[in-house]
Design a protein around this ligand. Structure first.
Ligand code: ASP
Ligand code: MG
Length: 426
């Protein structure tokens, strides 16, 4: 069997959903599991509902109405009014409205997962109804029945042995009837609560399904021609990469290449399942293939991660930043789930570049500042260049102040800040 993943942009409106069904027509009769994200920017819109509800701003229901409206608009273009899918979608909204009627009592992360997860339930209900309508038999699968996680809400960890066993039990007979369509980004706990796997986690879901089912291959369908040497919104003269090894792909995505979720690579590598990143706009072109096959040469690849923070932590009494202090810092990073992107130390100071996620940074700073001096730089970019050349690094430095820099074998990294754009007046 094979696994496909279609992201939010590929199902963002009625036209897009029709395009997905056209692509899938080419695979009719094949054993195929299809993982789908929430439509367009639905997850962001649902995050607004969660914030409004949790902070009691009184706007939660109005925010939810926007999500409803977007979905009903798409449905009206795809279905006639009396079709069952309207009732199914309506039920999903009603569940959330029940939550919104009561005061928020549970933790933010728990509430977040219960509300935000409906994006994927809505999109999969709509797309599966449409595929069945146009003659592509498919079964809608509630992924919470097969993907078991712990209860780390918003970043749930997979229970691999349960998930693998359950998936092998459930999937084969469903695949005989047609495609199996399920939600990306979501799992369920042993107590039947909904969890999410981290933003942009649908790719990871597709990798979980691939792993558990020993898939022959996995394809991620995107609005770009494949994996590119740089983000086309930030750079000119990028090129598409035809082949990447798992190693190259995991390094690129870890440092913020948004094209696929970094957690996707490990399950595929562990079972040598090749992955194809392809364009849903040009379904016949080859895209990028990620596998264990050795690649002899790579062009320089630039990855830019925005909204980075640099902390310089120093001891007050001139004691060394040595093993004990370092292990203390790292226990705090682990405790507050801060992602360390780059680091360096001197005799009495430690510099670390972290993703600026306010709810994870605030408690970290509070503990650090009790004991150490902390200097904070915000609004930074972390630029990672694989297979760098000197000229490229020089170009990237232009107009920037470099706060931290490191080069090891194939990788160069710069933490930079924009220089103020001054201009002479005379
Ligand atoms: N819908 C989720 C998000 O936007 C998951 C995904 O798109 O992969 O983060
Ligand atoms: Mg997405």
């Amino acid at each position: 069997m094979r696994v496909f993943k279609f992201g939010g942009a590929s199902v963002k409106d009625a036209e897009a959903i029709k395009n997905v069904s056209n692509i899938l027509q080419n695979y009719k009769g094949q054993a195929l599991a299809v993982v789908i994200s929430a439509m367009g920017k639905t997850t962001n819109a649902l995050e607004k509902v969660v914030h409004a509800y949790f902070n009691k701003t009184g706007e939660a229901q109005a925010n939810l109405e926007l999500v409803k409206k977007a979905h009903y608009t798409v449905m009206k273009e795809l279905f006639s009014e009396n079709e069952e899918v309207f009732a199914a979608v309506n039920d999903t909204f009603v569940e959330i409205e029940w939550i919104l009627e009561d005061e928020p009592e549970e933790s933010f992360d728990y509430i977040y997962d219960q509300i935000v997860s409906i994006g994927e339930f809505l999109s999969t209900k709509i797309v599966s109804a449409y595929l069945n309508k146009v003659g592509l038999p498919c079964t809608w699968l509630d992924c919470r029945d097969v993907i078991r996680t712990d209860n780390t809400y918003r970043e749930a960890k997979i229970d691999w042995s349960f998930t693998e066993r359950r998936m092998q039990e459930v999937m084969p007979s469903l695949l005989e009837k047609g495609f199996v369509l399920t939600q990306g980004f979501i799992g369920g706990t042993s107590e039947n609560f909904t969890t999410t796997l981290g933003r942009e986690g649908s790719d990871y879901t597709a990798a979980i399904v691939s792993y558990c089912m020993n898939a022959e291959g996995m394809s991620v369908w995107k609005n770009v021609p494949g994996i590119l040497t740089a983000d086309p919104r930030l750079f000119k003269n990028w090129v598409k990469i035809d082949r990447l090894t798992y190693l190259e792909a995991i390094e690129m995505t870890y440092y913020g290449a948004k094209v696929i979720h970094p957690k996707t690579i490990k399950p595929l590598q562990n079972k040598s399942i090749p992955m194809n990143v392809k364009s849903f706009l040009e379904p016949d072109s080859a895209g990028t293939i990620i596998s264990s096959q050795v690649v002899n040469y790579y062009p320089p690849v630039i990855v830019v991660a925005k909204d980075q923070l640099l902390l310089q932590i120093s001891t007050r009494d001139f004691s060394f930043v040595a093993e004990e202090n370092l292990s203390h810092f790292f226990s705090l990073f682990a405790k507050y789930r801060n992602k360390v992107n780059m680091m360096q130390n001197t005799a009495i100071s430690f510099s670390v570049c972290l993703d600026n996620i306010p709810e994870r940074i605030a408690p970290l700073l509070k503990e650090l500042e009790d004991e150490f001096n902390v200097v904070i730089d915000k609004d930074l970019e972390l630029i990672t260049v694989r297979h760098y050349q000197k000229e490229i690094l020089n170009t990237l430095r232009k107009g920037k102040m470099v706060l931290l820099e490191e080069k090891i074998r194939n990788t160069a990294q710069l933490v930079v800040k924009d220089l103020p754009k001054m201009q002479r007046l005379d």
